[in-house]
Design a protein around this ligand. Structure first.
Ligand code: DP6
Length: 337
C-alpha cells in the first residue's frame, strides 16, 4: 500500500458557494492556512482483480464521495484499476474540522504515487479539488489562496509556513458528525439565502484585505477580517431555506470567551467552518493563556494546538495512529460500488 499524508486547512476567508458544481470551481476567492497537527493518512493499493473499490475508515455516508473521486481519477487517466483505500485522520472526521480537505489532498497524493504518475503541485491541486474544493488548498503548505478565474479557478501559495509562527487553536465542542455537509450546505445557501449575493460580494473585499494583512503578519487585521468573514458566511447559511445552523451552545460560549479575552487585552480571534468547532488565532506567546481560557468553557471537549504546516507527502510507513484507528474492532469497513 502506498501512503500519502496531508494536513487540514483553516480558511481565514471562506469558500462557500460554487460557480461550477461538477468541477468544483468556487464562486468566490478564499485564503487558508494549512494546519500542522490535523492530519489525514490515505493508503492506496491498486488491484485490477477488484470489481469494486474498497474503502475503509470513513462513515458510510462519506464513502460515495471517495468512490466518485476515484471514478473521476480513472476517467481522467484512463486507468481503470479499482483500488483498496484506507483512510484515517488523527482528529474527528465530518465534524467541521475540514477533514474532507486533508482526506482528498492525501488521497490525491497517494493515488498519483500508486500509479507512478509525476504530478506538479498545480496538477495535484486540480485532482484534489475533484474530491473536495477546500482540498486543493491543502496541496500547499503555509498560507494559500484559491480564487475563481474565467472558466475555472487557480490555487497558489501566498506565503510559506515559516512566514508567521501563528498559533491556531481548535476548541472541539462536539465530535459527532454534522447533519448537513458542506457541499449540500453551500448549495442550499446559494439557492435559497437572500444574503448569498451579498456574501459573495463582500468576500471580494475580505480577500483583498486578508492578502495584505497576512503579508504584513498583522494579527489584529487578520483576526478582524476572519471573524467578520466567518460571521457573514454563517449569516448567509442561517438565512437559507430550510435554515442551516452548524453551531452548538458551546460554540457561542467560545465566541463570547474570545471576545472577553480581547476586552482583557489578549489578542485572540475566532473562525468557524461548517460545524460547531471554533478555531482561535493568537500569537504563539499567548497560546498557553488562550488554551487555558478555551478549555475552561463549559462544553469544550478538548483543545487541539496547531500552527502553519506543510503540504502533502508520501511516507514509507503510515503513522502509528493509523493502525489503531483503522484496525480497531469498531472500525467501519465498507465496500462501495
Ligand atoms: C466552510 O471543500 O468541504 O470549510 O467542495 O463541496 O466538497 P465541497 O466543500 P468543502 O467546503 C468547505 C467549506 C468551509 C470553508 C472553507 O474551507 O473555505
Amino acid at each position: 500500500m502506498i501512503w500519502g499524508l496531508a494536513n487540514s486547512n483553516l480558511a481565514l476567508v471562506k469558500y462557500w458557494g460554487k460557480a461550477d458544481e461538477g468541477a468544483k470551481h468556487p464562486a468566490g476567492g478564499s485564503l487558508s492556512v494549512t494546519l500542522d497537527s490535523l492530519v489525514t493518512a490515505a493508503g492506496v493499493e491498486l488491484d485490477p482483480s477488484l470489481r469494486q473499490d474498497e474503502v475503509i475508515g470513513l462513515p458510510d455516508k462519506a464513502i460515495p464521495k471517495v468512490v466518485s473521486f476515484l471514478d473521476a481519477f480513472r476517467a481522467r487517466t484512463g486507468n481503470g484499476s479499482r483500488a483498496r483505500v484506507r483512510l484515517s485522520s488523527n482528529f474527528p472526521v465530518a465534524a467541521g474540522l475540514a477533514s474532507s480537505a486533508s482526506t482528498f489532498a492525501a488521497l490525491a497524493q497517494a493515488i498519483v504515487a500508486a500509479h507512478g504518475i509525476p504530478a506538479t503541485p498545480a496538477e495535484l491541486a486540480d485532482l484534489a479539488r475533484l474530491g473536495s474544493g477546500s482540498a486543493c488548498r491543502s496541496v500547499f503548505g503555509g498560507f494559500v489562496e484559491w480564487r475563481p478565474i474565467r472558466g475555472g479557478s487557480v490555487v497558489e501559495p501566498v506565503a510559506p509556513k515559516e512566514h508567521w509562527d501563528l498559533a491556531i487553536l481548535v476548541a472541539v465542542t462536539s465530535e459527532r458528525p454534522k447533519d448537513v455537509g458542506s457541499s449540500e450546505g453551500m448549495k442550499r445557501t446559494a439557492a435559497s439565502s437572500p444574503y448569498y449575493p451579498a456574501w459573495i460580494e463582500s468576500g471580494v473585499t475580505d480577500l483583498a484585505e486578508m492578502r495584505g494583512a497576512v503579508a504584513a503578519r498583522d494579527l489584529g487585521c487578520v483576526g478582524e477580517i476572519a471573524e467578520r468573514n466567518c460571521m457573514r458566511m454563517h449569516a448567509a447559511a442561517m438565512a437559507a431555506n430550510p435554515p442551516l445552523l452548524y453551531w452548538e451552545a458551546a460554540t457561542i460560549a467560545v465566541i463570547r470567551k474570545v471576545w472577553e479575552l480581547r476586552a482583557r487585552g489578549l489578542a485572540a480571534y475566532f473562525s468557524i467552518d461548517a460545524g460547531p468547532q471554533v478555531k482561535v488565532l493568537c500569537a504563539r506567546d499567548d497560546s498557553a493563556a488562550v488554551v487555558a481560557a478555551l478549555a475552561s468553557v463549559a462544553g469544550v471537549v478538548r483543545v487541539i494546538q496547531s500552527k502553519p504546516g506543510d503540504g502533502p507527502r508520501v511516507v514509507a510507513e503510515p503513522p502509528a495512529w493509523v493502525e489503531r484507528v483503522v484496525d480497531a474492532p469498531a472500525a467501519k469497513r465498507a465496500v462501495a460500488s
